[in-house]
Design a protein around this ligand. Structure first.
Ligand code: TYM
Length: 316
């Protein structure tokens, strides 16, 4: 089987949570042996909400260390930050010029942001086209993501087709990879786990943090199976095994939560320890990021050369 190109991105807008891990990061990590994998830290996307240089820097480094602790192998894969490859923003502009406003107005993420009273900057509106550029520069086959990014991948595909039809075959059409059972990992309140809802369990949480997150899981008082606890627990144990336990302990919410705390701690503790090791060598981690940026840049700039030829601005 020939190697595929996989790429995905995460915003350095806060601490990654277990929704990010099960929905996307785990998939990327597991593909490193068989395929070409790009791990991207999308700092320019995060700028749509984050305007603090100190926090931006801390978050970029934190996500990088997170990935290394999870097993990202820089010998096999490329990890880079979006702002190191200026071709992303350059190509996004070109996509701006071939995309009707009305098409982007249909974006679910844009409508959600608008309806939730978010500060509606132009970047939030154009967001999917920068994301299309992120993907299309690298001839990506597969984009592992959670369900919330499905429409963005469709927009990337549509944009590739639009460009190809207008200027000639240039871009490969990418496909999303969404794992059904973790497409929408629920948070402590039963809604999608999300930094903006404040309902997360951080991926590298300390024991006390795990405990307080789990204790805050919303349960109803009708007895039986606490659905929100079960839904998170399912990430860590086979469903059949879990069902038996939950039936035996029906109504005993505290005991079930304690078991979830124990299972989360078993899963997170070794990751946390590894992370502490990587934290001791931030310079080493940054050298990996810098080298990854150079490798990504080489690929992206070759593609941009082709794009410039296709659109007719290469007059020299
Ligand atoms: P971001 O930073 O919001 O999230 C990173 C990844 O985590 C997934 N995810 C979830 N999956 C399942 N359940 C959840 N509760 C959950 N919460 C988050 C997201 O679906 C995502 O895959 N726009 C993207 C970043 C991006 C990107 C790209 C992705 C920019 N350029 C190019 C792929 C390709 C985002 O904001 O992800």
């Amino acid at each position: 089987m020939s190697k595929k190109v996989l790429l995905s991105g995460i915003q350095p807008s806060g601490k990654p949570h277990i929704g990010n891990y099960f929905g996307m990061m785990k998939q990327l990590i597991s593909q490193q042996n068989d395929n070409d994998v790009y791990f991207m830290i999308v700092d320019y996307h995060a700028m749509t909400s984050l305007k603090n240089s100190k926090i931006m820097k801390e978050n970029i480094i934190a996500v990088l260390i997170d990935y290394l602790a999870l097993g990202l192998d820089p010998k096999k894969s490329i990890v880079f930050k979006q702002s190191d490859v200026s071709e992303h923003t350059e190509l996004a502009w070109i996509f701006d010029t071939i995309t009707p406003m009305a098409y982007l107005e249909r974006s679910v993420a844009y409508k959600d942001a608008r309806d939730n009273g978010k500060d509606m900057n132009v970047g939030l509106f154009n967001y999917p086209l920068l994301m299309a550029a992120d993907i299309l520069l690298y001839d990506v086959d597969i984009v592992p993501v959670g369900q919330d990014q499905k429409q963005h991948i469709e927009i990337a595909r549509d944009t590739a087709e639009k460009f190809n039809n207008t200027f000639g075959q240039t871009f490969k059409l990418p496909k999303e990879m969404i794992m059904e059972e973790v497409a929408v990992v629920p948070g402590t309140d039963g809604r999608k786990m999300s930094k903006s809802y404040g309902n997360t369990i951080p991926l590298f949480a300390e024991y006390e943090e795990i405990k307080s997150s789990v204790m805050s899981i919303v349960t109803d008082s009708s007895g039986g199976i606490p659905e929100n606890v079960f839904a998170i627990h399912k990430l860590l144990r086979p469903e059949e095994e879990l069902k038996k336990i939950y039936e035996e302990k029906a109504g005993k919410y505290k005991e079930l939560k304690e078991l979830l705390i124990e299972d989360l701690e078993k899963f997170i503790a070794p990751l946390r320890e590894k992370r502490k090791e990587y934290e001791k060598d931030i310079d080493g981690a940054l050298a990996i990021l810098n080298a990854g940026g150079e490798r990504a840049k080489a690929v992206a700039s070759a593609k941009m050369k082709e794009v410039r030829e296709k659109i007719g601005v290469d007059v020299y």
